[in-house]
Design a protein around this ligand. Structure first.
Ligand code: AHR
Length: 541
């Protein structure tokens, strides 16, 4: 079983002193925040002419892997009273459609590195049951590429297809592109047509493998070997369809001993053949990572900000070496909180179908950090064009199913607010916040702010995390060039118990509340943010 090896590997690496923990870098990292403000009132300055970049909606993508109950029982459950004729869970489709998830990575994850996509196409009665070695699970293959494309269309999402560069060859990867994207007249496009799909799926975005730096990965190889394989796959795939957007595998996290060196070596081989580099990150409120200190946990999105800056530095270093005109962007194609359902039976399918794997139960503090991560992604919108909340249903997910319905976990809310209200250009908001000391991170601002302004309708949205566990904070918003109109919506996620979570029995224990609608006068708005909260507020033009 390969995936359990990830945790084991990282633990051993740390003991041997070869893994660089994310935090060991933190004290040296100058956070992109203004000088500390020792007063109690925070001030933010918003100038609509000062923007970071247009926000790519794919920044709020998600991920579905053949893992546990994500596909089977999550989105596909032909035996369920809640499913349609194709076996798709209607309640889940409705949630995903309403969320408006723009792009979904599929079919893995670790799973993809041993997956033969041919097992999952063609008449269902002929598809075989296969033992997936990544999660030690039986995959019936009743759901495959064409089912995913059909489901994506219904929920209004585009696919971000993962390719097997572990056991799979570059030739097989190009064959999948041909199967998906060529209309007719070639071996693989004709195979698709015999499977009853006349029109090509026209998949634009492709991941060249998954976490190939990880010794837990099926087919793990050295950076140079992977970089050469990625280059070969890219060339063959582009020969089939030159319009593709291709993402190479970067480091799977800053705890890897090969962190950044992997990225550099990979890009030395394939820089000119790809458009983007991936990065992944899972955060835990654990003894090792945060000392189980929630004040530090809520600051961990800033350590992701540092990871983004370091990964971009490597991309630009290789660009310099190659004297390339091309500037790569990043695909943060796996991110979330994940640390409880991360060992033992939660990681081992015991050769069963649809086992309960990685079923993390999310609490209030996880949701607050997810809000902070959403802010971090927005602030880096100039170089991150895709990011995927990992994952979408049942497996480390905002949505959980049982036989009778679907539950919204706490992390659903900050993610859904970004999808709903973050539109247009990301604002370069100047924040002056009081700070607090965090071990290995130095002074961290209590308030974490991101904002967007939609030039089409003039709507302006702000997203604010208050990391203070004990105190409400007031922010004075200074509108520098234009004052907004009226408050259209104002929601807050907060509560007295950071460890509170939702369940099918108590689905509303952690749910959004409507917040005060502050008034604006003299070019200023005062906004009160409760302790332990994440707030989203939108104004009209
Ligand atoms: O998302 C769960 C797993 O985490 C993915 O399969 C893998 O890519 C990562 O290690």
């Amino acid at each position: 079983m390969f995936s359990d090896k990830r945790r084991q590997f990282l633990r051993q690496a740390a003991t041997a002193g070869i893994a660089c923990s994310a935090n060991s870098f933190l004290s040296r990292f100058a956070f992109a925040q203004p000088p500390p403000n020792s007063g109690d009132v925070a001030r933010i300055y918003v100038d609509s002419r000062r923007t970071i970049a247009p926000l790519d909606r794919n920044l709020f993508g998600s991920f579905l892997e053949h893992l546990g109950r994500a596909i089977y029982e999550g989105i596909y459950d032909p035996g369920s009273k809640l499913s349609d004729g194709a076996g798709f869970r209607k309640d889940v489709m409705e949630e995903v459609r309403q969320l408006g998830v723009p792009i979904i990575r599929y079919p893995g994850g670790n799973f993809v590195s041993g997956y033969n996509w041919i097992d999952g196409v063609g008449p269902k009665k002929d598809r075989t049951r296969v033992l997936d070695k990544a999660w030690n699970t039986i995959d019936t293959n009743q759901f495959g590429t064409n089912e995913f494309m059909a489901w994506s269309k219904i929920v209004g999402s585009r696919p971000l297809m993962g390719l097997n560069l572990g056991t799979g060859s570059a030739e097989r990867a190009a064959a999948l592109v041909e199967y998906c994207n060529i209309e007719k007249g070639t071996k693989w496009s004709e195979l698709r047509r015999t499977h009853g799909i006349e029109q090509p799926h026209k998949v634009g975005h492709w991941c060249l493998g998954n976490e190939m730096d990880g010794p837990w990965q099926i087919g793990h190889m050295t950076a140079t070997e992977y970089g050469m394989k990625a280059q070969d796959a890219a060339r063959q795939m582009r020969a089939v369809d030159p319009s593709l957007t291709l993402i190479a595998c970067g480091s799977s996290g800053p705890g890897m001993p090969t962190y950044l060196e992997w990225d550099r070596e990979v890009l030395e081989q394939c820089y000119e053949y790809v458009d983007a580099l991936s990065l992944h990150r899972y955060i835990g409120n654990t003894q090792e990572e945060t000392g189980k200190d929630s004040t530090k946990f809520l600051a961990m999105n800033l350590s992701m900000e540092k990871q983004i800056a370091e990964t971009l530095a490597v991309c630009d270093l290789v660009r310099g070496h190659k004297r390339s005109a091309k500037k790569l962007w990043l695909s943060f194609d796996e991110w979330n909180v994940w640390y409880r359902a991360r060992n033992g039976d939660a990681m081992d399918g015991h050769e069963k179908e649809a086992p309960h794997l990685l079923e993390e139960v999310y609490n209030l503090e996880d949701a607050l950090l997810v809000g902070g991560i959403v802010n971090t992604l927005m602030r880096n919108a100039d170089r991150i064009k895709i990011a995927c909340l990992a994952q979408l249903v049942n497996v480390i997910a905002p949505l959980v199913t049982n036989a009778n319905g679907v539950l919204r976990q706490t992390i659903f809310y900050p993610y859904s607010w970004a999808l709903q209200w973050a539109r247009g250009n990301v604002l370069n908001v100047l924040v002056e916040s009081p700070t607090y000391e965090v071990s290995e991170m130095g002074q961290v601002p209590y308030l974490d702010v991101a904002g967007t302004l939609n030039p089409e309708d003039g709507k302006l949205s702000l997203f604010v995390l208050n990391r203070d566990l004990n105190k409400a904070h007031t922010i004075e918003i200074n509108w520098q060039d234009r004052t907004p109109g009226k408050v259209l919506s104002s929601s807050v996620l907060t509560g007295s118990d950071l460890k509170a979570f939702n369940s099918f029995e108590a689905p509303q224990r952690v749910a959004p509340q409507s917040a005060d609608k502050p008034s604006t006068s003299g070019g200023r708005t005062n906004l009160e943010l409760p302790a332990r909260s994440y707030t989203a507020i939108q104004w009209s033009a």
